[in-house]
Design a protein around this ligand. Structure first.
Ligand code: FE2
Length: 403
């Protein structure tokens, strides 16, 4: 038996599939209808509690969750959505009373809980799960792209970038509630990707292959280097409130202990250093054949496994110790990984070319203007040169010159 000496006794934190979701009402430019502080309707380029609606009366009306006022939906001759009617008549695209025929708003899949509740949990615990935050259609598109679910027998092609494989990748990457949460948690609206979004597809385990050891994610990288200070890591420190990275992992597949859901040491982000050698950190498990000879990294009851339905985002402080689980099922499980950092941290890999490839592809037309604006902010950094703003990107000639 390959697992005879293994415990698999991690504490399971199970996040159930929600029975209902709120609705987001998108204006034609992709911004979100909400109520401003003075109770006026307006559109916003982010989603917090003021942009959360409940579909009521069989989907013919939307109730603002915080204030309770109700908008009537009025059918439009469009597949894009409906007109919305407040007491003064139809709404225009900016949420004000329309002077003309009004704008068409798109009601769409929203979070199961209020963004403020998720933020409270993220601040208290250093992690939060947004269960099934993506619509079932988007999840299915991502299963197809990642060759999981109904497409399990197909093989993922790594020869092209992730973003150009389908618009669902960019739609997932610009999911607004998780973006708002990360901006709040890192205390800056200026956040970006540390690398282009990528899939981690865990195939069934064979009982001996090399596995990932315990570590903290980019940019901390604690547990990755055998000797402190020998690699690009953030020095151990004890400033819990200074957050230099949030990992946003999308469970494309349902995450369960058996299929290799991520193992965490929840709460470890406040410790200011990486996992101990007894837990089997990344730098030890990086040695070829180590797992076959020594078994798996720590998988006892002091660790935690977060189980979540497909389409869930798990956000965690990048300092939290974790490792990929072991897939003891017959089917692959996929996650879409995104290291997200404040713009004052240098990204791990270039994101500019992946963005350029995306905007040169026909997929760009399927995004709303707001989604494209967010993707650009996440993937493009500009700096000044000769009084002009220029995109930071790869200089291949210079790279060859300096080696
Ligand atoms: Fe990781």
């Amino acid at each position: 038996m390959a697992y005879e000496n293994e415990l698999f006794q991690e504490h399971v934190v199970r996040v159930e599939r929600p029975s209902k979701h709120f609705t987001l009402l998108r204006a034609p430019n992709g911004e979100f209808l909400g109520a401003s502080d003075d109770d006026e309707l307006a559109v916003f380029d982010y989603v917090d509690d003021k942009a959360i609606w409940d579909s009521v009366e069989g989907g013919t009306a939307y109730r603002h969750v915080v204030t309770g006022f109700v908008l009537e939906a009025e059918a439009a001759d469009s597949t894009e959505g409906c007109y919305l009617r407040h007491k003064r008549g139809r709404l225009a695209s900016d949420g004000a009373a329309a002077a003309d025929g009004g704008a068409i708003f798109s009601p769409g899949h929203g979070p199961a809980h209020l963004p403020s509740e998720y933020l409270k949990s993220l601040k208290e615990n250093g992690w939060v799960c947004l269960p099934a935050i993506l619509s079932p259609d988007t999840v299915e598109a991502l299963e197809q792209i990642s060759c999981t679910g109904r497409w399990d027998s197909e093989t993922y092609d790594r020869s092209t970038g992730t973003l150009v494989k389908g618009v669902a990748v960019a739609q997932a990457a610009t999911e607004p509630v998780s973006l708002w949460l990360m901006r709040q948690y890192m205390r800056t609206s200026e956040i970006r990707f540390g690398h282009p979004p990528g899939f981690a597809i865990l195939t069934p385990d064979d009982g001996e292959r090399d596995v990932q050891g315990w570590h903290s994610d980019f940019p901390y990288h604690w547990g990755i280097f055998a000797t402190r200070g020998t690699g690009p890591e953030i020095p151990p420190h004890n400033f819990p409130e200074l957050v230099m990275g949030v990992q946003r992992n999308l469970c494309v597949s349902e995450f369960r202990k058996e299929n290799g859901a991520t193992c965490f040491k929840l709460g470890s982000h406040v410790l200011g250093e990486g996992p101990p050698d007894e837990w089997g950190p990344g730098h030890i498990y990086r040695q070829q054949g180590y797992r076959a000879a020594h078994g798996l990294p720590y998988n006892g009851p002091d660790a935690d496994v977060v189980e979540a339905p497909g389409g869930s985002y798990i956000l965690y402080d990048s300092r939290i110790w974790h490792r990929a689980g072991v897939n003891r099922t017959e089917r692959k499980r996929a996650a879409m990984l995104q290291a997200v950092i404040p713009v004052y941290i240098v990204p791990k890999t270039d994101t500019s070319r992946a963005y350029r490839n995306f905007i040169n592809s026909p997929l760009v037309d399927a995004l709303t203007p707001l989604e494209l604006q967010e993707l650009k902010a996440l993937m493009i950094t500009k700096i000044e040169s000769a009084g002009q703003k220029h995109v930071v990107t790869i200089d291949e000639t210079l790279s060859e010159m300096v080696g």
